[in-house]
Design a protein around this ligand. Structure first.
Ligand code: ADP
Ligand code: MG
Length: 233
């Protein structure tokens, strides 16, 4: 219960989030400013400086980009979709990236329809974030198992990797804004995903074992026929 409370508090403190973004963006901006000043004073900008500046700019872009996904309420339009189609599209999109890392998808989808009401682009973003994490957790390659079942009330989706796993003491912090275990991570992927799934009235939870792998379970409310009729009016 306490954990649930903590989570919901975490999800509502928009001010804190804004402070975090400002902080995360100020660091690379300070670096950029320093180099530009150096250039102005002594025209000593060397090639390594320029590539550092570019990577700092990329980082700002990445952070701002992840937030744009959340900051587009006017673009949200919920439509009836089969989640299998949405996830298939993302898998097709990520396939070359996976192959590049010696990773193969193993897919087991139910034959049944898995229709839900969703904001398609946001939902795609969730699957992209989770599959990216799975790929990044398997530097030596392996399989990503993706499973989908229709549980009547809910559609259950799981994404399982055979990666390095998450140490138990880290798990409560996963999904905190800017919490990352990676050198160049933003620590925004899970937080953004969790928010999107919440806005779909679903749940997202993570189970992991170091050295074995990680499973992300998503539950989304299934679309009832009566509800579908309303949606299509
Ligand atoms: P980022 O990927 O930018 O670090 P995320 O919010 O996507 O941010 O993930 C936060 C952290 O959770 C990661 O840095 C990593 O330590 C851990 N994590 C998330 N997914 C996985 C996974 N599939 N396997 C191992 N660790 C993971
Ligand atoms: Mg990530």
């Amino acid at each position: 219960m306490e954990e649930l409370l903590r989570r919901s508090e975490k999800l509502t403190t928009v001010g804190q989030l804004a402070a975090g973004v400002a902080h995360e963006i100020r660091n690379p901006l300070t670096t950029l400013r320093g180099f530009l000043q150096l250039q102005q004073e002594s025209r000593k900008l060397a090639l390594p400086h320029v590539s550092l500046m570019l990577s700092e700019l990329d980082r700002i872009n990445l952070i701002v980009g992840e937030f744009l996904i959340l900051a587009k309420p006017q673009a949200t339009r919920f439509v009836a979709k089969d989640v299998k189609d949405v996830l298939q599209d993302v898998i097709a999109l990520m396939n070359s990236e996976a192959i590049l890392h010696n990773i193969e998808f193993r897919i087991s989808f139910t034959e049944e329809s898995c229709r839900i009401s969703c904001e398609e682009n946001q939902l795609k973003q969730v699957f992209i974030n989770l599959i990216k994490n799975a790929i990044e957790a398997m530097p030596a390659g392996g399989y990503i198992h993706i499973h989908m079942a229709n549980k009547r009330e809910h559609i259950a989706i799981s994404i399982t990797d055979e990666g390095e796993g998450i140490p138990e003491e880290m798990i409560p912090n996963i999904g905190d804004p800017f919490f990352t275990g990676k050198e160049t991570g933003t620590g925004l992927g899970i937080m953004v995903s969790q928010r999107i799934i919440n806005s779909h009235k679903g749940t997202l939870d993570i189970k992991s074992q170091v050295g074995v792998g990680t499973t992300v379970n998503i539950m989304l409310p299934a679309l009832k026929e009566a509800a579908e009729k309303l949606l299509h009016r």
